[in-house]
Design a binder for this molecule. Structure first.
Ligand SMILES: [Zn+2]
Length: 352
């Protein structure tokens, strides 16, 4: 069998050039821009375009790094490309989908005519654009839930709150210049799994109370690669009756990194800035997954493959990725109704 140069093969995949036609102006678009590109970012349309292009290049680079060092393969954990059972064609399709994933907060056109239509890759644990997509539907869902609450009871005392608790841990024997040996990565994976299990247990201890004492709650575990290790965070978001204490995840030696609350009435103002900040903190994408050491990103990806990192109770039981098809259907229905209405109006005018 002739030698197959897998890395050279993967390098052939270049980003398809695109042209940003328009920057999305809906609040959920703005929310996604805010949350992927960074909270302090001063947003003008030009800056959003540039930042998105940079992000897209970083994502493509990271993907190639992960794959060519055999650290993580999208779609499967760590297969060997030289193994006879390796399905190159199938792998390439997944890889392409990841590489050509695009943000939903921009309207754009491919520069070159491509026959392929690219669907989102749905790897929201790492892909910034899919993470933004999930955050945007969450935002939409929470916002509409709050709006209904205020509509029913304009003087409601309900509040929303977000709390982030995190704990740092170091990667043993990691050298900033030389990185580490591959067997060390498997040690890191074990460490990471233990850390995530600890966060999950901490959450399990309050899950029942959350169900009882809040109207709705969301929680997810986020891994942020640091200069010499990771920070694992549990982010909690709750909607509850009044500003009383609510069940919080407690971690030994955990640091509270963020804690803020606001009355729902104040969140439903037209600009909704308060809610924007609070929910932004909950949804922030950790950019160091793309810019930090690739070994750290790989340890996170491999150790969390197949585990659920987010969960919800009460009103927010159905959140995250599961909302994407729900809203897609809803939007399609709305469009169909609008068309029907226009058609019936046209018919009425013709009758006259
Ligand atoms: Zn994606």
């Amino acid at each position: 069998m002739p030698y197959f140069d897998f890395n050279a093969h993967m390098r052939r995949y270049k980003l398809v050039p695109w042209r940003v036609a328009r920057v999305g102006r809906r609040v959920r678009h703005t929310f996604a821009q805010h949350f992927v590109l960074g909270a302090e970012y001063k947003k003008t349309h030009n800056k959003i375009r540039t930042a998105t292009n940079t992000l897209r290049e970083l994502w493509a680079q990271r993907l190639l790094e992960l794959v060519s060092r055999r650290l993580w393969f999208p779609g499967s954990q760590k297969p060997d490309p030289h193994h006879p059972d390796f399905d190159l064609r199938k792998f390439e399709l997944t890889y392409r989908r990841c590489l050509f994933c695009r943000p939903a907060y921009l309207y754009f056109a491919w520069r070159r005519k491509t026959t392929a239509t690219f669907r989102p890759c749905h790897k929201s644990q790492i892909c910034p654009f899919c993470a933004a997509r999930v955050a945007a539907v969450n935002y939409r869902y929470v916002k509409s839930t709050m709006r209904e609450l205020v509509k029913k009871a304009p003087r409601t005392k309900c509040v929303v709150a977000c709390r982030i608790v995190g704990r740092d841990f170091l990667a043993p024997a990691f050298h900033p210049l030389h990185g580490c040996e591959d067997d060390q990565i498997s040690e890191y994976i074990k460490l990471m799994q233990a850390e995530i299990a600890a966060h999950k247990t901490a959450y399990q201890q309050v899950a029942k109370q959350l169900q009882r004492r809040t109207l709705g709650s969301m929680a997810h575990i986020v891994v942020v690669p640091l200069a010499a290790g990771w920070r694992v965070e549990t982010r909690q978001f709750v909607l509850q009756q009044s500003n009383k204490s609510w069940p919080r995840v407690k971690l030994r030696n955990g640091k509270v990194l963020y804690a803020k609350s606001a009355p729902v009435v104040a969140c439903c103002t037209p600009d909704g800035a308060k809610f924007f900040d609070i929910f932004g903190a909950f949804s922030q994408y950790p950019r160091s997954l793309l810019t930090g050491y690739v070994e750290f990103t790989a340890a996170y990806l491999v150790s969390t493959a197949g585990t659920r990192l987010s969960s919800g109770t009460g009103l927010f039981k159905k959140t995250g990725r599961r909302l994407i098809p729900y809203y897609r259907q809803k939007d399609a229905d709305a469009r169909a109704r609008k068309k029907e209405l226009q058609a019936s109006r046209g018919a009425a005018e013709n009758d006259l």
